[in-house]
Design a protein around this ligand. Structure first.
Ligand code: RAM
Length: 333
């Protein structure tokens, strides 16, 4: 080996050793606890959280959650994170109340707890990061339903996630409040697919049978919307029944191409995960265990996030996807 080559080998060795040390020496560990693993929406949020960790430095993201969307599964995960003595937990909850005792215990031990996406009741977290304004999300879902119908008239049904999911329940309540703005729409049923593809598919099939007049299925869940579009396609009802709601462009491209869905909406899940990790890190840095309306927290490239009433903050507006932009965005999330 020439001395030059030997030096290059040594340098590479030193770099890899240093990288190993840096990974071990993460002085802040932030757990991202999601509704369930295997959900593309949360994988995208984790991508954002990882990006944040890299920017912050010395920070590790522990991406975790139960295998199915239950509060019990999340409680087990939280208890294990308490014994691991993580610095912060950012959770998207399967139930607003069931997680509170476990999260209170975490906070009593100094762990900074926030919820994002699907919130926890105020007693169980320092703050809740909403992806957008809840009334706006509800109204957007109805507008998409009306847009799918000639003259905005017809029966609609909702295919949700779990019956206890904080975010979907708030959005459904907001849709109901916004119904008077869409007098042509008639909501005839709400069913739950639990953010499981097979259950969402079967619930859609049952819905198509029990409510043959339904013209739009609104699924405010990225798992449900894909399954509903598949069920409509398999039932040979493309053009007769439209699927809309909240979904990922990468997962909905097929449904847009087949015509099962004309359009749907979502915010940027990468930005959401990025901001959740940034907020959690800021609370750890400041050793801050409470927030009040008007407080500002640092969120890296997203700027400062201002806390509103009830310790809640909201990010940007949902964006609509259709045949004109689906290919462009399906490459991103
Ligand atoms: C599913 C989850 C998540 C929700 C998205 C739109 O992935 O239910 O909580 O925000 O859909």
């Amino acid at each position: 080996m020439t001395s030059f080559k030997r030096m290059a080998v040594l340098a590479a060795l030193a770099a890899s050793l240093m990288a190993g040390t840096a990974a071990q020496a993460a002085d802040t560990r932030i757990a991202l606890v999601v509704k369930s693993l295997g959900n593309g929406f949360f994988d995208a949020a984790n991508k954002g959280a990882e990006e944040a960790a890299k920017e912050i430095g010395g920070t590790e993201i522990i991406y975790t959650g139960p295998t199915s969307t239950t509060a019990e599964g999340q409680i087990e995960v939280i208890n294990s994170l308490i014994s691991q003595k993580v610095d912060a937990i950012a959770v998207s909850a399967n139930d607003p109340d069931a997680l509170v005792p476990a999260l209170k215990k975490a906070m009593q031990r100094g762990i900074k707890v926030i919820s994002f996406d699907s919130g926890v009741a105020p007693a169980g977290r320092i703050l809740q990061l909403n992806p957008s304004s809840n009334p706006l999300i509800g109204e957007t879902c109805l507008k998409l339903a009306a847009d799918a119908l000639p003259e905005g008239k017809g029966e609609i049904a909702i295919l949700s996630a779990t019956a206890t999911s904080t975010n979907q329940n708030i959005w459904i309540a907001e849709m109901k409040k916004a119904m008077p703005k869409f007098p042509g729409l008639k909501l005839v049923a709400t069913v739950y697919g639990d953010d499981l593809s097979d259950k969402s598919y079967r619930e859609t099939q049952a819905l198509l049978k029990s409510h043959p007049e339904v013209k739009v299925i609104v699924a405010p869940t990225s798992v449900g919307i894909v399954a509903a579009a598949q069920a409509v396609k398999d039932a040979g009802k493309i053009g007769e029944v439209h699927v809309t709601g909240l979904g990922l462009p990468s997962e909905m491209a097929g449904a847009i191409k087949s015509g099962a869905s004309k359009s749907f909406a979502i915010w940027n899940p990468i930005d959401l995960g990025y901001s959740a990790a940034m907020l959690a890190s800021d609370l750890v840095k400041k050793d801050q265990s409470q927030v009040k309306a008007g407080d500002k927290l640092a969120a890296g490239r997203m700027g400062e996030i201002t806390i509103g009433e009830g310790g809640e903050a909201a990010m940007s507006v949902p964006f609509t996807y259709d045949a004109s932009n689906i290919d462009q965005f399906s490459k991103i999330f």
